[in-house]
Design a binder for this molecule. Structure first.
Ligand code: PBG
Length: 323
């Protein structure tokens, strides 16, 4: 035998020397759930260790994360049912607690990366990402609502806007609105290939944002399709997106790889709620070792070609590095 691959694995020094892919806390974006009120830390039942926070406690949580090295966050609002309507008008209302929180967080931690979510569903009485009329999700009438929401978030001080709605043409519309209002420095991380996935369940529990009727299959992508992701990526790039996201991540590693091979923009992956919930549950039952399986999962996304990963594991991973 001339070739013995095991020679390259014979010690930790050699294994580390030739390691191909690295995973660091700088690659991770931590999604956080915000509720209105004070002194609230309400655990999401289907995602143990993740909470709906009121702003006062969230500021402390962010400080803890920053001290652990996690400096990138994506904020999602859990909105009271009484504030929801068919046009998601609360999403850009002056008194919106989410917009106030963005302002306060960026004032307190100017150096962090704060990303926001643009989609109607947390504010919509229909629970959809677009305007619903006669059971249909309307594309073009949704666009001005999305760009108004994005502008309000830019005014509040976010670094990156994350349109997660999957309406056609929304990146161009948002980019144009931001530029016209002198927010040309605010970035757009587009949810480029977002699939109609069963893995969003725990997130919808957290925000109480599940569709009131129907499903999201007329706007989110068919899980069976890969080439279609190239069409979405072409459009997002042409419309001015700064980063392209694939979502979910673990069940769509081939799509992450495909976009990474075909585009020069950074590719990000959303390791979604259901993917994390599977591991929490298996670990709680003693069926998997959380501290080993969790970094392995994240590493697979980096290996597939993701530059950054949105993941509920971000804080635990940072703690693991310090341990
Ligand atoms: C809503 C949105 C969803 C997620 C992020 N933004 C859910 C959905 O499309 O129904 C899911 C994130 C997760 O599951 O962690 N526009």
């Amino acid at each position: 035998m001339f070739s013995r691959p095991r020679r390259n694995r014979k010690s930790a020094a050699i294994r580390n020397m030739i390691q191909e892919t690295h995973l660091g806390v700088e690659h991770l974006i931590y999604p956080l759930f915000l509720v209105d009120g004070k002194n609230i830390k309400d655990e999401v039942a289907s995602m143990p260790g993740n909470y709906r926070w009121s702003l006062d406690l969230l500021l402390k949580e962010i400080e803890e994360c920053v001290n652990l090295g996690v400096v990138s966050f994506d904020l999602f609002p859990a909105v009271d049912e009484a504030l929801k309507d068919k046009k998601a008008s609360y999403s850009y209302a002056d008194e919106n607690f989410y917009l106030h929180a963005i302002r306060k967080i960026k004032e307190t931690f100017p150096e962090i990366m704060l990303m926001s979510d643009v989609a109607m569903d947390p504010y919509s009485s229909d629970g959809h990402d677009g305007v619903v009329r006669d059971g249909k999700i309307l594309n073009d009438v949704t666009l001005p609502i999305l760009s108004r929401m994005a502008l309000a978030q830019a005014q509040a001080g976010v670094d990156i806007i994350g349109p997660s709605d999957m309406m056609d043409g929304r990146v161009a519309e948002i980019r144009q609105t931001l530029d016209e209002n002198n927010f040309e420095d605010v970035s757009i991380m587009s949810y480029t290939a977002k699939y109609a996935s069963a893995f969003y369940g725990p997130f919808r529990d957290a925000l109480d944002s599940a569709p009131k009727s129907g499903d999201k299959k007329t706007y989110q992508m068919n899980p069976a399709n890969k080439r279609e992701a190239l069409i979405e990526a072409d459009l997002d790039q042409a419309e001015g997106a700064d980063m392209l996201m694939v979502k979910p991540a673990l069940a769509y590693l081939d799509v992450i790889h495909l976009l990474n091979e075909n585009y020069d923009l950074p590719i990000t992956a959303y390791n979604v709620s259901g993917e994390c919930a599977m591991l929490y549950a298996a670990a709680q039952n003693g069926w998997l070792d959380y501290n080993q399986a969790m970094p392995e999962m994240l590493l697979s996304m980096r290996r597939a070609g993701a530059s950054a990963i949105l993941t509920y594991f971000a804080k635990d991973f940072a703690k693991l590095l310090k341990a």
